[in-house]
Design a protein around this ligand. Structure first.
Ligand code: LIP
Length: 264
């Protein structure tokens, strides 16, 4: 798939940041055994990755705006375009030495995500999409959502909030309704990869509350371009602003959404 110049810039930046994160990830596994743990080290690795991405993207597109998890928002001379970047999605996995995390880069134009990259350096899987041009894995595999139609055969992903989160009660109720009627639920800790896995047909559905724009901006486009339906959990919400996302293959979306949207 021959992507646009912007997509090629995004992929190059994701790979460069990925090389830095992989190098630091090896150190994390050593630091795990220390009493202090690798928290500060991971924060530095996260920030270093965002600096790499920002340098690459701003050199190629100096007038675009910016929204990054570590460095916040900055208006560009071109007010219609901005990068939305999570340099390390799945931070807790990274911190605990678990190889399931991603670099997520989205390009927004006039409020719409038009190009997206989610890169998993540990598995060397580059998920990407451009609006209207489909979703792809590693340049050679066209991504399509699963065709499973029986809910009892489906596997879903979510983010189970930690203790004290205001979203924990609702998520536990969701699980109580969903788990008896499906084949399984996974909590793998990286929203961008959860959405990319819906696009790849690995998950049939995904839902989560309280996310940040940089967690989901790229994954939403990749999932949609692979044929998924992706909507806010409640009508009237904004997925990027409110962070409540519901995604599933078109075959089971209605049944899945009915379960998650049930008000107890
Ligand atoms: C993470 C999300 C994940 C969510 C975690 C966290 P981070 O983003 O990708 O889906 O469950 O709580 O928000 O913080 O690793 O970039």
């Amino acid at each position: 798939m021959q992507g646009s110049a912007n997509l090629n810039v995004m992929i190059k930046a994701a790979r460069k940041a990925g090389r830095s994160l992989v190098k630091d990830f090896r150190e994390v596994e050593n630091l795990q055994v220390g009493r202090k743990g690798p928290g500060d080290f991971v924060s530095r690795a996260d920030r270093a990755a965002e600096d790499i991405i920002r340098e690459e993207l701003s050199e190629a597109r100096p007038n675009y705006g910016w929204l990054g998890e570590e460095t916040g928002a900055a208006e560009g001379k071109d007010p219609t375009r901005r990068w939305i970047v999570d340099p390390l999605d799945g931070t807790t996995n990274y911190l605990h030495g678990m190889p399931h995390w991603a670099v997520s880069i989205a390009l927004e134009h006039k409020g719409e995500i038009v190009s997206a990259v989610v890169y998993d350096p540990a598995k060397d899987e580059m998920f990407f999409a451009e609006k209207g041009a489909g979703a792809w894995l590693n340049d050679k595999q066209r991504l399509r959502v699963s065709g499973r139609t029986a809910m009892i055969e489906t596997v879903h992903a979510t983010g189970i909030p930690w203790a004290g989160s205001k979203y924990l009660p609702a998520t536990l109720k969701d699980l109580g309704r969903l788990m008896p009627v499906c084949a399984g639920v996974r909590r793998w800790g990286a929203a961008s990869l959860d959405l990319a896995y819906v696009a790849a047909g690995r998950f049939d559905g995904y839902w989560e509350r309280g996310l940040k724009p940089w967690d989901v901006a790229a994954g939403i486009l990749i999932a949609r371009e692979a044929g998924a339906l992706v909507e806010p959990i409640r009508d009237g919400q904004s997925m990027l602003e409110d962070g409540h996302v519901l995604a599933a293959s078109s075959a089971i979306f209605d049944a899945f959404a009915k379960i998650i949207r049930t008000r107890d």
